[in-house]
Design a protein around this ligand. Structure first.
Ligand SMILES: Cc1ncc(COP(=O)(O)O)c(C=O)c1O
Length: 388
């Protein structure tokens, strides 16, 4: 296929090699654990933990969307993050965004710490705070931007420059933006990670993860880790994710459009203490968002994630009770709007002191704005706000 095709065409075609037997336009799902070998050692695929054509289709597609050299898919976003940490060895040090997804925090502080992977948690929105944390054994800077759920941004280009000067690898969790609105490798990062469960799959029906890299050698090591640890996605999940990616470029602008309208509406309500959305002029990283969150045509976007602080658990809970369209549920990035209470749900693994220091109060709610009619979404939220 012509290498110069544009993003929107890639979502539909990359990795979608024509099916040779019957010419099926929608590729078959190679739902098999093993593959017959004609002669000993004569095969393309031998066993589906090591490789599977449906998985390869997805990995080729993801690789092209992030502009990488290789992509490796996993059974979940956390399996993908864990494989990045497996690139390190005992005694290595990682600097991470203090306000990462709660599961990433749990992985580093309760699992990887047992293997003597040292971690420092800093406000990576200030590149200077990363600089002061660098030590001789620092091997990885892991940033999430925007963060979950506080919507804080880190400057990927600036951090990547600092990391290169110090021979450190940079990994970016790009789950909130998807490659439609942010391509970290093009900004100098070495590794991109996704919970494909979210926008890439976009239909709340699979759990998956992926890592995309700009260095073939790191890619090879990650494939080895993928095969050795075995947290691989099944063929059907790969197929569903690939099927969904074909409409990523149609869904993301709608999430963004609805996200902006809703953030604006919420920002005008006197019942809300604070709205966290990088698209608002008042957001401290609004200018950075305009610089680094760009769609494939170079237009900035802010996505569909909005957090609000209602001031107390009681108000948050009463508000949620009135909602009919927004479902109270974990996860995000699907076509349907969801709402969650980070302190009791996604970030429950953090101590209350840690949550407090990050701003994850008991009145904080995180909204994942779907692709429904925005008037209906606003009237749903309006009913909720009237009740408190
Ligand atoms: C930003 C971010 N990264 C990683 C993960 C983990 O992904 P998964 O749930 O697919 O393991 C999540 C899950 O919510 C997330 O929000």
């Amino acid at each position: 296929m012509n290498k110069k095709i544009k993003f929107n065409t890639k979502t539909v075609h990359k990795g979608q090699k024509p099916e040779k037997l019957y010419g099926a336009v929608s590729l078959p799902i190679y739902q098999t654990s093993t593959f017959k070998q004609d002669k000993i050692g004569d095969y393309i695929y031998d066993y589906s933990r090591a490789g599977n054509p449906t998985r390869t289709n997805l990995e080729e597609n993801l690789c092209s969307l992030e502009g990488g050299e290789d992509a490796v898919s996993f059974a979940s976003g956390l399996a993908a993050i864990s494989s990045i940490i497996q690139l390190l060895k005992s005694g290595d040090h990682v600097i991470l965004t203090s306000n990462v997804y709660g599961g990433t925090y749990r992985l580093l502080t309760t699992v990887m710490n047992k293997f003597k992977i040292e971690s420092s948690w800093v406000d990576t929105s200030l590149t200077s705070s990363i600089k002061s944390e660098i030590k001789p054994n620092t091997k990885l800077i892991f940033i999430e931007t925007p963060t979950n759920p506080m919507m804080s941004l880190s400057d990927i280009s600036e951090i990547s420059k600092l990391a290169k000067d110090n021979n450190i690898i940079v990994a970016v969790d790009n789950t909130f933006m998807s490659p439609y609105f942010q391509r970290p490798l093009s900004l100098g990062a070495d590794i991109v990670v996704h919970s494909t469960t979210k926008y890439l799959n976009g239909h709340s029906d699979i759990i998956g993860g992926a890592v995309i890299v700009n260095d073939k050698k790191i890619g090879e090591t990650l494939h080895y880790i993928q095969m050795s640890i075995g947290a691989v996605p099944g063929p059907f999940d790969c197929w569903l994710t690939q099927r969904s990616i074909k409409t990523l470029h149609l869904r993301m602008p709608r999430h963004d459009e609805n996200g902006r309208a809703i953030a604006d509406y919420l920002n005008h309500s006197k019942k809300i203490n604070k709205v966290y959305y990088p698209g608002l002029d008042s957001h401290p990283h609004h200018e950075l968002a305009k610089k680094q969150q760009l769609d494939p045509n170079g237009n900035y976007g802010f996505g569909g994630m909005v957090s609000i602080d209602l001031g107390s658990f009681e108000k948050a809970s009463k508000f949620i009770d009135q909602l009919n369209i927004f479902a109270l549920a974990e996860s995000l990035g699907g076509v349907e709007s969801l709402i969650c209470h980070p302190a009791k749900m996604t970030h429950a693994s953090l101590s209350s002191e840690k949550r407090k220091s990050l701003g994850i109060s008991d009145g904080l709610l995180r909204l994942s704005i779907g692709v429904e009619d925005v008037d209906d979404l606003i009237s749903d939220l309006d009913e909720g706000l009237q009740s408190i």
